[in-house]
Write a protein that binds this ligand. Structure first.
Ligand SMILES: [Zn+2]
Length: 324
């Protein structure tokens, strides 16, 4: 509620400023105000997200075309690493995949492009001493090629159960060209506030439509040398969807929902599925060099987590205002 009230105040203030000047451009003022708010919220923590969706947003969805040939391995390969007591990075320089270990096996979060999944996920887990066959669940934040690429491999080879939002299962089924190597078969449909539970660990899902209609975000606990911390995992970010007011309203509502949930759950860690947004690859290097007593690079605090969702909210308002 406070978010709506705050937004109303901003609009009211801009309206008053516009009325005082015959040459004022309320829309331009509103765009500037949202951009300033986004920059303030981003600070130096979230410059990647700010640049991607406030400064140079992509507009419009991608076409249903065959994926291009894989890029050179050197452009994406990076070493896997242990990040928390129970969370391991098995991603690339660009995209993240996370292995959450539990008392009864592993929950995998996102699966990269198909060209990277064999080496980064299967190979990465083996390098870290984890058994890829122990992956019981794979949670896919959304059905774009850079996150769903390894789902079929995990389903076919290890029998992992795949969890995804209903509209994104549908988009896979409808696609003609995007899965030349085959599609994952429809499995578990993510529900709002649903839990993926394995042994001693539960991941709480939050449906956050916007980036795609079926985007799933989530909350779960990690441990830093035994100390439990709550992670807010943002499932979809860029504006490569149909750019109209209703789509931005949906996106904005999802970010406000995430902010409310993150606040009430006291999430102090923010993670995403692109290193561009959460600086995962850099933070993993910093973590590896961390001395005893130093803070974990991913533990940014509750206020910073809330600022992350504010950046998404305000940048979406910039884009939305431009449409009016
Ligand atoms: Zn995407």
């Amino acid at each position: 509620m406070t978010h709506h009230f705050g937004a109303a105040l901003v609009v009211a203030a801009l309206g008053a400023a516009g009325a005082s000047s015959a040459i004022a451009q309320p829309a331009a003022n509103a765009i500037d105000a949202h951009l300033a708010a986004a920059k303030a919220a981003a600070g130096f923590d979230f410059t990647g997200t700010l640049a991607r969706i406030c400064v140079a947003p992509q507009t419009g969805p991608g076409a249903d075309v065959r994926p291009p040939p894989p890029p050179d391995r050197a452009t994406w390969f990076t070493e896997p690493g242990k990040v928390f007591d129970n969370l391991y990075f098995v991603g690339t320089k660009i995209h993240s995949s996370w292995a959450l270990t539990t008392s009864e096996g592993i929950i995998l979060l996102d699966t990269l492009y198909d060209y990277a999944s064999e080496e980064a996920i299967v190979g990465g887990m083996k390098k870290l001493g984890l058994d890829p066959a122990a992956v019981k669940y794979v949670i896919i934040t959304h059905a774009h090629g850079d996150h769903v690429g390894g789902a079929k491999l995990m389903q076919d080879r290890f029998g992992s159960r795949i969890v995804m939002g209903a509209p994104d299962w549908e988009s896979i089924e409808k696609s003609v060209n995007q899965y030349p190597n085959g599609k994952p078969k429809r499995d578990i449909v993510a529900t709002d506030d649903g839990k993926v539970t394995l042994g001693d660990t539960a991941v709480t899902l939050a449906l956050t439509p916007g980036h795609t209609p079926g985007t799933v975000s989530m909350f779960f606990q990690v441990k830093d040398n035994g100390r439990p911390l709550t992670v807010a995992y943002s499932g979809g970010t860029a504006f490569n969807f149909q750019n109209d007011v209703p789509h931005f309203d949906t996106y904005i509502a999802s970010q406000r929902k995430m902010a409310e949930l993150a606040g009430s759950l006291n999430a102090t860690v923010l993670m995403s599925n692109h290193s561009e947004f959460d600086n995962a690859v850099t933070k993993i290097k910093l973590e590896a060099a961390r001395k005893a007593g130093e803070p974990h690079p991913f533990e940014i605090g509750r206020d910073a987590v809330l600022r992350y969702f504010k950046v998404m909210d305000e940048c979406a308002q910039v884009a939305r205002t431009k449409l009016q």
